[in-house]
Design a protein. Structure first.
Length: 155
């Protein structure tokens, strides 16, 4: 089974192209970022960080696909603002870059407000990926089973 399905790959490519056309800076985080740095877990959804000033533009350009408007999401592990769109069955979680943090068994990680990324090739797609050190800090803080598996693979 491939790590990224053809549908996911197509959605990611189209999403990236649309954001680039609008000049929207973003970074891929979560499972796809872990994959870019060496994890071999199949992709579940696409997680991206987008600045507060751009996230509404993304929602407006995907109006027909919005499944969750931008709202605060607060749990014992998450303190973020997030929206979700679904494109051809692929969930895309849009996390507001500013004022975001996660807390877990490994402590708390506050995402920097500035969106940093490294361009990485993932199965032929050149994407803006969360820097390795930020991804490691984020996954160490959460320390869920999937995070620990990603950390082991990333090395």
């Amino acid at each position: 089974m491939p790590l990224i399905t053809e549908t996911q790959k197509s959605v990611i490519q189209e999403f990236d192209a649309r954001l680039m056309r609008h000049g929207i800076r973003y970074a891929v985080i979560g499972g796809l970022a872990a994959m870019a740095w060496g994890s071999e877990r199949p992709l579940d959804d696409l997680d991206v960080r987008i600045g507060r000033t751009d996230i509404q533009t993304v929602l407006d350009t995907h109006r027909h696909s919005v499944s969750r408007e931008l709202l605060p999401y607060r749990t014992e592990h998450w303190k973020i603002h997030v929206a979700q769109i679904i494109l051809r069955g692929v969930k895309v979680d849009l996390q507001q870059a500013e004022d975001s943090q996660v807390t877990g068994a490994g402590g708390t990680y506050a995402f920097p407000d500035e969106i940093a990324f490294v361009e990485k090739d993932i199965e032929g797609l050149l994407l803006p990926i969360m820097p390795r050190d930020q991804l490691i800090a984020y996954k160490q803080a959460l320390s869920r089973p999937q995070d620990l598996a990603d950390l082991a693979a990333i090395g």
